[in-house]
Write a protein that binds this ligand. Structure first.
Ligand code: TRP
Length: 339
């Protein structure tokens, strides 16, 4: 009955999803949900989002609605993947409490991703305790489903490492094999985090350099026209650079006709091909990709009862699965008193 590969992954609901999310994770989830021997859990991590947004619950609440629409619009299929909301599975918080006994504060302070985030958010002098321990709650997310594989970006590898340490400690201390040590699945080369339209950093909401899955046709066009190309390519007749040119980065990923992209690159490097032409082509390519997504998104948006029922069913199923693991955990810890 149980499948060979169990996938657990998720997103913090802090905004709408953009092309960077598509390239870095959504695309591979769609592939994974279609694998015959793979069971997929996709979690909207509202509790984790609250660890640094406790004062803005409205933002998290609204983002949960946006994220489920983005998931369904790109083709994550609730018949193939269990989509659920973290806070609706209280077993995860209970597991977190037990795992916290197996990790030191010093170890928590060493997590490089958390360290970075603390710097970015200017949390140095006042780190919310819940934020410092979110990697432990992430270990609970993963182990509750006995996930064998966690597809995430490179920045998440410290979380998987900490999870593995917790699994190892737990199984050793309580003489059990209840918990499963997960493997990370990193994006394939070139499919990591997508560069933003400004060419400066990875696409992100905080840098305001993203193209969102829900952007209108006009917004997409405006963003493509603003896109960073080669600042030294001033006259159409001048040779232009392809490396670092965001328009070509996106064409490499999204254009179906890669022969045409190769020809355009040659012409651009040779000189005589203007930015407006390559941007118009990229605009066509992105509109063709995003058009059907936008249309499906609008359809789901018209039916909030349906999206809510998907989340409810998924959360019910996830809760049942997590409860079974929690029972085993409590048994191993000798705190199962009445059964
Ligand atoms: N930390 C992930 C992010 O920042 C979200 C997340 C929470 C997650 N729990 C998880 C990812 C468990 C994979 C597995 O997006």
């Amino acid at each position: 009955m149980s499948k060979e590969k169990i996938i657990l992954t998720g997103d913090r609901p802090t905004g709408k999803l953009h092309l960077g999310h598509y390239v870095g994770s959504l695309k591979s989830r769609i592939e994974l949900q279609n694998e015959a021997n793979t069971e997929c859990y996709i979690m909207i991590a509202d509790q984790q989002a609250l660890t640094d947004n406790a004062d803005d619950p409205e933002k998290i609440r609204n983002s949960v609605e946006q994220v489920i629409l983005d998931y369904l619009a790109v083709g994550i299929d609730p018949a193939k993947a269990t989509i659920f909301i973290q806070s609706q599975v209280p077993q995860l918080a209970e597991l977190t409490l037990y795992y916290l006994n197996l990790i030191t504060v010093a170890r928590l302070n060493r997590n490089p991703t958390v360290k970075n985030e603390i710097k970015e958010k200017n949390f140095e002098s006042s780190i919310p305790a819940g934020f410092l321990i979110y990697p432990v709650s992430q270990a609970a997310d993963i182990t509750a489903f006995k996930a064998t594989h966690v597809p995430v970006g490179e920045d998440q590898s410290p979380m998987i490492e900490q999870t593995r340490e917790i699994v190892h400690s737990f199984n050793q201390i309580y003489h059990t094999e209840v918990l499963v040590s997960p493997e990370i699945i990193l994006p394939q080369a070139g499919q990591g985090r997508l560069i933003g339209i400004d060419g400066k950093g990875k696409m992100s909401k905080s840098l305001n350099n993203g193209i969102y899955l829900s952007d209108t046709e006009e917004e997409v066009k405006r963003k493509v026209m603003e896109m960073y190309t080669d600042p030294n390519h001033i006259h159409v007749k001048d040779p232009g650079a392809v490396a670092g040119n965001v328009v070509f980065t996106y064409l490499d990923i999204f254009a179906k006709d890669q022969e045409r992209v190769i020809a355009l690159k040659e012409a651009y490097e040779h000189g005589g091909l203007g930015d407006v032409k390559i941007k118009n082509y990229l605009n066509d390519v992105l509109q063709e990709f995003l058009g059907p997504i936008r249309k499906r998104r609008a359809e789901f948006q018209r039916d909030p009862g349906y999206t809510l029922s998907i989340l409810k069913q998924g959360s019910d199923k996830a809760r049942e699965r997590a409860a079974r693991t929690l029972d085993e955990v409590k048994q191993a810890m000798r705190i199962q008193y009445f059964s």
